[in-house]
Design a protein around this ligand. Structure first.
Ligand code: ADP
Length: 478
């Protein structure tokens, strides 16, 4: 690929140079030819309209040695006519036959061709008709005297113009050769500049194909290549992010499966152990047997709770619909409060509900009551006897908030970021003892998030926690 782009560039440059030089050559050579043509006809026509020269020639034509005299006169005017006895010559022709009678000598065997201009002059008219294609330029003027009819004929063999064109052509060829060399050098240089970022990109793409997305291409210009490099780098880092997310998700999934298995195996093991003991030891006293049966029932309740929580989470994960309706959050708060107030009192906890007037909100009432119930039950579970639980609420612009604060055990700072993770518990034994599954807060978090809200948590280990549920009044998507 590298080779071909380079070759293409060199090729394009060469074609350009050849085209340019061809055009220049054509224009220059045509210009030289036209210049000499114009110069010839202007000079000759000016001379033949010069009355002095023409009348001197006419006078001479009256003399007996007319041809010689005319030759002398024309020699005198040679400068004006541009006669140089090489390229440009004059001849005196017989005005009837057109044959040379005086003037420049003809080479041996050379005859003067009967040009259109001579033919016109034979009819008695001046003739300066230019011919741009031929290899000569000529002009003929008839001169009539008492001693005969003559034609003054001037002929230029164009050697000057052709010599100049030839040397111009040589110069142009030299320029083309130089241009070829320069363009090859420039195209190689240009190819190098263009190809270096492309090579970098190729290497990065190869690295990417091998799974390494960290390779960055240096962005050295603001042109199209620069933009391409930037886009490439952005693409690489986006791919890296996606890959990281996928790896994270995969890790979460593995952890989750491991957690589920572990959480279900624990109660299953106890159930099996107790059931086996019961079946293998018929001699056990009645109250021990009853105790074992109670454990079996408790453990199976626990499994049922875990499974139903997992089902809940999986429903939320799969995005199954919330039942959105307008309802009074104030009433829900009062209901949930009433449902647990008694057990709070039994545990020796002081619980208060500071109600404010709340607007009706849009949301899934049963789900949101589940959230409130979960946080309030946690407050009860993790606050020792004599503690306090205060519930307050309010409106903040387009959102409502419910704050549940307790003077309980609090959560260590290191655990705070994980509290909403599935199966995460600060104190597994304590949570298990109180019937917790470690799924309650992650379910609550999911439900609130699905409503477009959030749960904020502040906690000081050893002195208590504050959970604040914030929900948009207009419901999800508001
Ligand atoms: P669990 O079923 O174990 O209560 P949750 O998901 O409801 O599970 O809570 C996760 C963990 O967060 C609990 O195990 C507990 O360690 C901690 N936690 C929740 N609420 C409180 C609270 N009010 N005070 C102290 N710790 C709490």
């Amino acid at each position: 690929m590298t080779k071909s782009l380079r070759t293409k560039l060199v090729f394009v440059m060469l074609i350009l140079i050849v085209m340019l030089m061809t055009v220049v050559t054509v224009f220059l050579i045509r210009g030289v030819r036209d210049f000499y043509l114009d110069e010839f006809y202007n000079r000759i026509s000016a001379a033949f309209t010069d009355t002095d020269m023409v009348s001197a020639l006419r006078d001479a034509a009256n003399e007996p040695d007319a041809a010689e005299q005319m030759e002398d006169i024309l020699s005198a005017y040679a400068g004006q006519l541009g006669i140089d006895s090489g390229t440009r010559n004059f001849y005196i022709l017989d005005g009837v036959t057109g044959e040379r009678v005086a003037g420049a000598e003809l080479q041996r065997g050379e005859t003067l061709a009967m040009t259109p201009n001579i033919l016109t002059a034979l009819t008695g008219e001046n003739a300066y008709t230019g011919n741009s294609g031929g290899d000569y330029m000529d002009a003929a003027a008839p001169i009539e005297g008492t001693n005969g009819r003559f034609i003054v004929y001037i002929r230029d063999n164009r050697a000057t113009s052709q010599n100049l064109s030839a040397s111009l052509f040589k110069m142009i060829l030299e320029a083309v050769a130089f241009g070829f060399a320069a363009s090859v050098a420039i195209s190689l240089l240009l190819a190098g500049t263009l190809l270096s970022p492309i090579r970098g990109m190729t290497r990065a793409a190869e690295a990417m194909a091998g799974g390494d997305f960290t390779r960055k291409i240096p962005v050295e210009s603001e042109d199209e290549i620069g933009t391409l490099s930037t886009t490439f780098n952005t693409m690489a880092s986006q791919l890296q992010t996606t890959l990281d997310e996928l790896k994270n998700a995969e890790q979460l999934r593995r952890d989750f499966v491991a957690n589920v298995s572990h959480e279900l195996r624990t109660p299953l093991t106890s159930i099996r152990t107790y059931a086996e003991t019961l079946s293998d030891s018929p001699e056990l006293p009645e109250d021990t047997r009853e105790e074992f049966l109670r454990v079996i029932l408790n453990e199976s309740d626990r499994m049922t709770k875990i499974v139903s929580d997992l089902l809940d989470l999986s429903r939320l994960d799969s995005g199954s619909g919330l039942k959105i309706e307008k309802f009074s959050l104030e009433k829900s708060l009062r209901d949930v409060y009433a449902a647990i107030a008694l057990s709070a009192e039994r545990r020796g906890l002081r619980m208060t509900l500071g109600l404010d007037t709340l607007p009706q909100i849009s949301g899934d009432r049963a789900r949101l009551e589940q959230v409130l119930m979960n946080i309030m039950t946690n407050a009860l579970k993790y606050t020792p006897e004599g503690g306090e639980i205060n519930i307050t609420c309010g409106v903040d612009r387009s959102r409502v908030w419910v704050k549940i604060s307790d003077t309980g055990v609090g959560i260590p700072e290191d655990d705070l970021p994980h509290i909403f993770d599935r199966f995460y518990r600060v104190d597994k034994a304590r949570s298990r003892e109180s019937g917790g599954t470690g799924l309650g807060l992650s379910i609550a978090g999911e439900i609130v998030a699905r409503h477009g809200g959030e749960i904020k948590l502040e906690s000081v280990y050893g002195s208590g926690s504050v959970f604040t549920v914030i929900l948009p009044i207009e419901g999800p998507g508001a």
